[in-house]
Design a binder for this molecule. Structure first.
Ligand code: CP
Ligand code: NVA
Length: 305
C-alpha cells in the first residue's frame, strides 16, 4: 500500500466530520452486537507499544481486537529494543513486516508521527503528551448515549489544559459542540490549538472562571492534575493552581440539572473531582471506560478494512 493510502488514526483534527461519524457508527454497531459472530479481523495482528503505563487502553484494545478475531502483541520498552535505543523509524519498518496495524502510547508527538511516516501499516494514537483521540471517540459515544446528538450542546472542561483538553478542542471543531475550557492561566490549553478550533468555526471559550463557565452546561469534564508526561516535582504548584477548578457538587449544581460528569480515568478523588461527584448519579465514568473498547473496535475496523 502507498503511504498516503494508509488509514492512520492519529488525531481528530486530521479527519472530517463524516469520517469520524463513520468510525463511531462502526463502534456503535459493535456495541449493539450487529456484527453477530463474524470475525472481521481474523488473521490480523495489532502491535501495541506502551512507553507509558495503561490500564484501559491496553485491556480495551487487547480484548477488542480478540473479539473481532485478531491478535494483539504488546511491546513495552523494557522488553524491546526500543528501550535500548533502536529508533522509532526502524521499529516501524520492522513491525510493519509482521503486523497489520500498530498502536502507540508515547511521550512526544514527534514519535507518533515518525512511526506513521515509516510504518507501512496503519498507526493508531493511544495517547501522547499532546493528545488522546481514542478517548474522545469513547467520550462522544458516551455523551450521545445519555443526551442525544452532541452537536450544538455545551461541554465544560474544568482543570488542566492538557492532552485531553487538546483532544476535546479537536472534537468540538469536528462534532460541532460548544467547548468552554476553565483553566488556570498558567495551565491553559495551547493557544495555537484554541486558535485552530476557532478558525474551524468551533465555539471555544477559555476562561479562568469555572463557576461562570458552568451556565447551561450539558457535560462537565476534568482530568488528573498531574499527567504522565508532567514533571512530578511540579505537583505542588499544579495542585495549588488547580484547586479552584476541582469538580464539586457545588460546581455541578451550576450546570444543567441533567448534566453528566465525565473523566477519562484514572481519577484522584478529592483532587480534580470530589468522591461525591465521581461516585454520584451524574457520573458516567464507567460507561465511558467501557466505551473505549467499543469505539476502538470501530477504529480498528476502519483502519484495517
Ligand atoms: N483513559 C485512559 O487512557 O486510561 P489508561 O491510562 O488506563 O489507558
Ligand atoms: N492526561 C492524562 C490522561 C491519562 C489517560 C495523562 O496523560 O496522564
Amino acid at each position: 500500500a502507498s503511504q498516503s493510502a494508509l488509514k492512520h488514526f492519529l488525531d481528530l483534527d486530521t479527519f472530517d466530520r463524516a469520517e469520524l461519524r463513520q468510525i463511531l457508527d462502526l463502534g456503535k454497531r459493535c456495541k449493539a452486537g450487529e456484527l453477530g459472530s463474524e470475525r472481521p479481523l481474523a488473521g490480523k495482528s495489532l502491535a501495541m507499544i506502551f512507553e507509558k503505563p495503561s490500564t484501559r487502553t491496553r485491556v480495551s484494545f487487547e480484548v477488542g481486537i480478540r473479539q473481532l478475531g485478531g491478535e494483539p502483541i504488546v511491546l513495552e520498552p523494557s522488553g524491546s529494543q526500543l528501550g535500548r535505543g533502536e529508533t522509532v523509524a526502524d521499529t516501524a519498518r520492522v513491525l510493519s513486516r509482521y503486523v497489520d496495524a500498530i498502536m502507540i502510547r508515547t511521550t512526544k508527538e514527534e514519535k507518533l508521527l515518525e512511526l506513521a511516516e515509516f510504518a507501512t501499516v496503519p498507526v493508531i494514537n493511544g495517547l501522547t503528551d499532546r493528545t488522546h483521540p481514542c478517548q474522545l471517540m469513547a467520550d462522544v459515544m458516551t455523551f450521545e448515549e445519555r443526551l442525544g446528538p452532541i452537536e450544538g450542546k455545551t461541554v465544560v472542561w474544568s482543570g488542566d489544559g492538557n492532552n485531553m483538553a487538546t483532544s476535546w478542542i479537536h472534537a468540538a471543531a469536528r462534532f460541532g459542540f460548544e467547548l468552554r475550557l476553565a483553566c488556570p492561566a498558567a495551565l491553559s490549553p495551547p493557544p495555537e490549538v484554541v486558535a485552530w478550533g476557532q478558525q474551524e468555526g468551533a465555539r471555544i471559550l477559555v476562561t479562568d472562571d469555572a463557576r461562570s463557565a458552568m451556565k447551561d452546561a450539558d457535560c462537565v469534564v476534568t482530568d488528573t492534575w498531574v499527567s504522565m508526561g508532567d514533571d512530578v516535582g511540579d505537583s505542588i504548584r499544579r495542585h495549588n493552581l488547580l484547586k479552584p477548578f476541582q469538580v464539586t457538587e457545588e460546581l455541578m449544581a451550576l450546570a444543567k440539572q441533567e448534566a453528566i460528569f465525565m473523566h477519562c480515568l484514572p481519577a484522584h478523588r478529592e483532587q480534580e473531582v470530589t468522591t461525591r461527584v465521581i461516585d454520584g448519579p451524574q457520573s458516567v465514568v464507567w460507561d465511558e471506560a467501557e466505551n473505549r473498547m467499543h469505539a476502538q473496535k470501530g477504529i480498528l475496523l476502519w483502519c484495517l478494512n
